[in-house]
Design a protein around this ligand. Structure first.
Ligand code: SF4
Length: 487
């Protein structure tokens, strides 16, 4: 093991020296394009403070992208909101606009590349982190690519060694029938659209799927297919370089200075939307059982059942569940009454006040640093503070044994073939897909009907409430509560 680390460390040093010695590298490949394929890490030395600030700025932008994807119903609406909400907080999105001075442009491109690579380092340490980061980066790239004028796209292709150009009018005319029939377009539409020609080797996936017209080693592409190809290469580059970076993380020599900063960037979850109770959204403690059975994801309904059965929650569950309840609109007074009524079935009120009341007020920002705490995202629940055997917090798709997960899903009346599918997804760490599938089949919607994956328990809750049209929750009387807890 030590030998392994030594040889990795000397390889890193060799790589660093090679990068420092290379004369050709500039930040955005050649410095001429607004966009980068991020194939070369920057070699400039920067302070850790700048490193962290630039990375934090980019992370804010990626979170915003995720939030907008969840919020907007169509891609057109998403693009409009990106223009309004992302441009003011993330300058690289404004590079295509005229009026950016040359010096500013260089600085923005530099920060774009540094921010991207800083976050690669921060997010390479688990498959879930990597997947989240790559998804948001690809969305950002696609959006920026679509804003670039044709001349800028051509220079981006030249910088990144894509052999691509648009067909001239006479070239199109010579193949007009093939092009129109291949893409289901009228000849007029073909004449009026840009059709791109690219080396077939750059488009193997589309060629394999017979989705493009191929002739003499070239593929002929509409704009959407062109983006697909660029994005495939970007995704592959990011995935492979992050897998490599992950191997090196254990041996980098900045354990004390760099690692805590990377940790800070990913800590606290990265679900884009921060869930706090929206104005006018409220729930009383008497409605929680009804809401749990109708609207809660498995991670939260499991804690609710545990609480009713055992009249107690340990710290991890109190925090995961307490912040979730707060974000669905349970007031501090109601939360206090809810936990007090349940806990004092086992302990006296004095003990409750001394040991637990502070903790509840703290979650609502009334004690300590008086901070507003948001509900945990799935990433936070999955990646931080894993439950031990007698804890009930966490995510069942990640933390339950296969047998336990099976019985939870059976009790949830999920069909056995769907249970098998969810278990298979959980085994390959696709917890978001498993949970989204759970949402779809348990609500009687078709598989794949959700337009985006579940990444937050409160997103699950809101989607469920929306799907039933804000269906009224039943108030639970004490009799009904005791029936529920005995099930
Ligand atoms: S994926 Fe998220 S919402 Fe679903 S059960 Fe796990 S933590 Fe809860």
């Amino acid at each position: 093991m030590q030998f392994d680390n030594r040889s990795r460390r000397s390889k890193i040093l060799r790589d660093v020296n090679e990068i420092k010695a290379s004369k050709n590298y500039t930040f955005a490949s050649t410095g001429e394009s607004n966009l980068s394929m991020y194939e070369f890490a920057p070699k400039e030395e920067i302070s850790l403070r700048d490193f962290e600030d630039i990375a934090a700025q980019r992370l804010k932008a990626l979170r915003k992208i995720e939030e907008l994807k969840l919020r907007e119903k169509s891609y057109d609406e998403f693009k409009v909101s990106m223009g309004k909400e992302l441009h003011p907080i993330f300058k690289p999105c404004t590079l295509h606009q005229s009026g950016v001075l040359e010096d500013q442009r260089k600085q923005i491109r530099r920060d774009d590349v540094i921010g991207h690579f800083a976050l690669r380092l921060a997010f390479c340490r688990s498959p879930e982190d990597t997947k989240w980061f790559v998804t948001q980066e690809v969305e950002l790239f696609k959006y920026r690519f679509q804003n670039e004028p044709k001349s800028a796209i051509l220079s981006f292709f030249a910088d990144n060694k894509f052999d691509a150009e648009t067909m001239t009018a006479s070239e199109k005319e010579s193949r007009i029938e093939d092009l129109a029939s291949s893409y289901g377009l009228s000849m007029e539409k073909v004449r009026n659209s840009d059709i791109w020609m690219m080396d077939a080797l750059d488009a193997l996936e589309l060629v394999r799927k017979r989705k493009v017209l191929v002739h003499a080693g070239k593929v002929y592409l509409e704009y959407e297919s062109l983006i697909t190809i660029i994005v495939q290469r970007l995704r592959a580059t990011m995935n492979s370089s992050m897998a490599r970076a992950n191997q090196y993380m254990g041996v980098i020599e900045e354990q004390d200075r760099l690692l805590p900063r990377l940790e800070r960037l990913t800590k606290g979850g990265y679900g884009g939307k921060e869930f706090n109770a929206a104005e006018g959204q409220s729930i009383s403690r008497h409605q929680i059982d009804s809401a749990s059975s109708q609207f809660f994801p498995l991670c939260m309904s499991g804690i609710q059942s545990h609480l009713r059965r055992n009249h107690h929650l340990k710290h991890g569950a109190r925090r995961q569940y307490g912040l979730f309840l707060k974000a669905i609109g349970l007031s501090l007074d109601e939360a206090m009454a809810f936990f007090r009524e349940e806990f004092t079935q086992k302990i006296d009120s004095d003990k409750f006040e001394k040991q637990y009341a502070y903790n509840i007020r703290h979650m609502y920002g009334k004690e300590g640093k008086r901070q507003e705490y948001s509900a945990f995202s799935c990433a936070t629940i999955i990646l931080n503070n894993p439950p031990s055997h007698d804890d009930c917090h966490g995510c069942p798709f990640k933390h339950s044994t296969e047998d336990n997960l099976k019985s939870i899903l059976k009790a949830n009346k999920i069909k056995s073939e769907d249970i098998d599918e969810m278990i298979a997804l959980s085994k390959i760490n696709q917890f978001d897909k498993a949970c989204s599938l759970h949402w779809e089949v348990s609500r009687g919607h078709g598989k794949g009907s959700l337009s985006s994956l579940i990444t937050h328990p409160n997103q699950y809750y809101e989607l469920t409430r929306e799907a039933v049209g804000g269906h009224q929750m039943e108030d639970m009387t004490d009799d009904k509560i005791s029936q529920t807890s005995c099930e």
